[in-house]
Design a protein around this ligand. Structure first.
Ligand SMILES: [Fe+2]
Ligand SMILES: [Fe+2]
Length: 158
């Protein structure tokens, strides 16, 4: 049910997003390496806006925890590989809720957590970043504390 509520908020949120501001660009430059930044900025505008809101939320709830902010910024980078927009993303999520198998780009979208985590691992990101990307639609991995997990999930709702 959390997944469905998240989808609805993201769908309406995606209709009114704008390009990131210079302060967002500074935040990304502070937190990410050049290769990570390249991946980050290759996301569609709604995904950029979601990632930046997530990073600011976790930055406010857990000040000084740059690892958490990095995890929030990068957790959805796997989505961009599907190349589908808001409506087809919503259909894909609906199929998954109904347990109807998706194919092609919709399947790629639904697999964005694993795809992004593998990519972040290849970039050399730390375990926290890779593991949150991999598990953020599932269950908390044992080595991630409940406090950090809750902070990141709250940020992902932004
Ligand atoms: Fe996600
Ligand atoms: Fe997300």
């Amino acid at each position: 049910m959390r997944h469905l509520a998240h989808l609805v908020r993201r769908f309406f949120g995606s209709l009114g997003t704008r390009r990131p501001a210079p302060t967002d660009q500074m935040l990304v430059a502070e937190l990410l390496s050049p290769s990570e930044s390249e991946v980050f900025w290759s996301q569609p505008v709604p995904d950029l806006a979601h990632a930046l809101r997530s990073a600011r939320t976790v930055g406010a709830s857990s000040p000084g925890r740059t690892g958490l902010a990095r995890a929030a910024l990068l957790h959805d980078v796997g989505k961009r590989h599907s190349g589908i927009g808001t409506i087809r993303r919503s259909i894909a999520t609906g199929l998954s809720i109904l347990r109807v198998p998706a194919r092609g780009r919709m399947a790629s979208y639904l697999d964005h957590a694993a795809i992004g985590a593998d990519e972040l691992g290849r970039l050399g990101c730390e375990d926290l970043v890779v593991q949150f990307a991999r598990h953020h639609h599932g269950l908390r991995p044992d080595h991630l504390s409940p406090e950090d997990w809750d902070a990141l999930l709250r940020a992902d709702d932004e």
